[in-house]
Write a protein that binds this ligand. Structure first.
Ligand SMILES: [Zn+2]
Length: 71
């Protein structure tokens, strides 16, 4: 098994990663590529219906099948 050096094993710290565009559920999201706001919602990301730009969910994704999705 390959062991990574200590500088490659740190946990991801979102506050240190800079500006990232993300899809926020429960909010109006405009596509950074074309400005439209129609999305195909997946389990891990949302994809623009017009230009296929894909954004990760701000809350991490994966919706429980037990709860309805409100967009
Ligand atoms: Zn778009």
């Amino acid at each position: 098994m390959r062991v990574l050096p200590a500088e490659h094993t740190r946990a991801i710290e979102p506050g240190l990663m800079g500006y990232r565009i993300m899809y926020h559920r429960e909010e109006a999201n405009h596509c950074p590529g074309c400005g439209n706001s129609n999305w195909h919602i997946g389990r891990l990301s949302a994809q623009c219906a017009f230009c296929d730009t894909s954004l990760p969910f701000a809350d991490g994704g994966i919706i429980s099948m037990a709860s309805p999705l409100h967009i």
